[in-house]
Ligand binder design. Structure first.
Ligand code: COA
Length: 158
């Protein structure tokens, strides 16, 4: 499929957030204790993306075919605590592809776009969290060369 990746513009925010909500709802279904969403998630997410669009420490990118947004990614640059030689890293918060556009390399292109953005910003590593039950995502990121470093563990206190 012929898709191009570019930085998101204001008119991309709503379709981009609709795609990110796919990921968020998928996570919520895994375990509400860990991922339950607020009822006004859509407004909150739209506000968060629109408020950070164009800031140099944030990247919101879209995959476009001739007619619509078929994928998107949100990434930011995070400051490490001052004990590691790595003081800043790029972090992918969300990546999602429309259901009818999957397995065509769209997510791969989006992640490589973020990687290049990080490299251009002088950042030497890209991190993300992939949910344990999300086998497709873990396979995608492994294929791209990501190495597992942590297993987040959550204990309900009640
Ligand atoms: C995970 C997701 C982003 C993959 O997007 P995509 O555009 O289909 O991924 P790509 O086409 O670039 O896939 C590249 C490789 O990743 C792996 N992969 C992707 N989807 C897979 C799946 N459903 N099952 C197994 N492997 C998969 C394959 O190795 C694939 O290569 P191949 O198609 O040659 O076998 C997409 O399924 C999605 O949006 N899922 C819902 C949201 C989500 O889970 N996002 C990640 C959360 S951080």
């Amino acid at each position: 499929m012929d898709v191009r990746i570019q930085k998101a513009q204001a008119h991309h925010v709503a379709p981009l957030v609709d795609l990110f909500l796919l990921v968020e709802r998928q996570h919520e279904a895994y375990w509400p204790l860990r991922w339950q969403l607020r009822p006004d998630i859509s407004n909150r997410y739209n506000g968060w993306v629109a408020g950070n669009l164009g800031k140099s420490d944030w990247l919101f990118a879209v995959a476009l075919d001739e007619t619509r947004v078929v994928g998107g990614v949100a990434a930011g640059i995070i400051q490490e605590i001052p004990i590691y030689t790595c003081d800043r890293y790029a972090f992918i918060h969300d990546v999602a592809v429309a259901t009818d556009s999957r397995r065509l390399g769209v997510a791969t292109k989006l992640v490589l776009f973020v990687r290049q953005w990080a490299l251009d910003a002088g950042i030497n590593q890209l991190r993300l969290f992939a949910a344990e039950p999300n086998a497709p995502a873990r396979e995608l990121f492994s294929r791209l060369g990501f190495r597992t470093t942590y297993h987040e563990m959550v204990l309900p206190t009640a």
